[in-house]
Design a protein around this ligand. Structure first.
Ligand code: TRP
Length: 339
């Protein structure tokens, strides 16, 4: 038996990879996967994508783009288990089993569901559940199945996912208590604020806020996007604060200590916003160009990506098969006699 800690994280495939994904999830996960004392399970949460999106081409294209992003940023498929959620039917079987022992009241308290209800309430809807599908309601159960299916120990996630990990722990404990010890109890590894990038409007960079800088747009387009970052109305020559400034915060995620010190001074000296944006653009353009070359190559070789994911799903199933067998047996789903 391996004593390596299992790290597992998923990324929902509902958009084009952006800088927030890169600094908050992709690069830290790849770095963590290089630690010989851990084994990493990284997957595309493609069925999670259906919760908020019913456009098949968006789900499909995003799955491919996200896979290509991980691969072009240095994920080594020989070192990690890299797979698509949809290729592992055991996850969906477990999803049902866990759903049957999860209190509805627990899910009533999930932040995402509560936010949707309160939006209905404040817009004076008669039906507080209007527009809410069972996918959104059951989201935390599917996420628990993703995690428990592999008996993962450590789950690196953003602060917004903390409650889901707590629910996973609850559900795992409930299962173990009732049916006997099957699941490890996972722990969240919450990234600190340094991993969180602001978007064009200063809020957290996120597809839902429509404020993202894509990782892989070509130079001209990247420059155009950077120029859209909102700033205050301070004039050139007026000293500016680098703290809390989106341009500066994004720059910091890519620049060296010296470069950061230099830009800090330029802010104090009243750099013009246009100039600061130019500096940020140059930094991003040069930092991303290596990834971009790889990405272009991978994007043109769909069968390469497909083969990697299929091989990954085989490795994943080697791990999930004994666990789902144990689960089935524990709940009483098993053969009547050995034939
Ligand atoms: N819900 C996560 C997000 O949107 C993605 C996800 C799905 C996930 N299943 C997971 C993350 C399991 C960690 C573990 O960020």
């Amino acid at each position: 038996m391996s004593i390596k800690k299992r790290i597992l994280t998923g990324i929902t495939t509902s958009g084009t990879p952006h800088l927030g994904n890169l600094t908050g999830a992709v690069l830290p996960a790849i770095k963590a996967s290089q630690d010989a004392n851990t084994s990493s399970f990284l997957f595309l949460a493609d069925y999670h994508s259906l919760i908020k999106n019913s456009d098949p081409s968006l789900t499909h294209n995003s799955s491919f783009e996200v896979a290509a992003c991980w691969l072009s940023c240095g994920l080594d498929p020989n070192k990690v288990v890299f797979y698509r959620q949809s290729d592992i039917p055991h996850i969906f079987e477990l999803n049902w089993i866990l759903g049957c022992l999860t209190a509805k009241g627990l899910l009533n308290r999930a932040h995402a569901y509560k936010a949707a209800v309160s939006e209905n309430q404040s817009s004076k809807q008669k039906d507080f559940d209007k527009g809410i599908n069972m996918g959104l309601f059951n989201y935390p159960v599917l996420m628990s199945a993703d995690i428990l299916m592999f008996n993962a120990d450590i789950i690196p996630v953003g602060q917004d996912q903390k409650q889901h990990i707590e629910m996973t722990r609850d559900i795992a404990n409930r299962f173990n208590h009732h049916y006997g010890e099957v699941f490890s109890i996972p722990e969240a590894l919450i990234d600190d604020e340094t991993g969180v990038l602001p978007g064009l409007d200063g809020q957290k960079m996120s597809k839902s806020y429509n404020n993202v800088i894509p990782v892989f747009s070509e130079s001209k387009k990247l420059r155009k996007t950077v120029m859209k970052i909102k700033t205050n109305s301070l004039e050139p020559g007026e000293p500016k604060s680098s703290e809390g400034c989106s341009i500066f915060t994004i720059y910091k995620a890519f620049a060296s200590k010296n470069e950061i010190d230099t830009l800090t001074k330029e802010y104090e000296n009243g750099i013009a916003w246009g100039e600061a944006k130019e500096i940020l653009f140059e930094k991003l353009d040069s930092s991303l160009s290596g990834y971009r070359v790889e990405y272009e190559k991978i994007m043109n070789d769909r069968s390469y990506v497909e083969q990697i994911l299929i091989a990954g799903s085989e490795k994943a199933k080697d791990v999930s098969t004994p666990i789902i067998n144990k689960v089935r047996k524990a709940v009483g789903i098993k053969g009547f006699a050995k034939l």
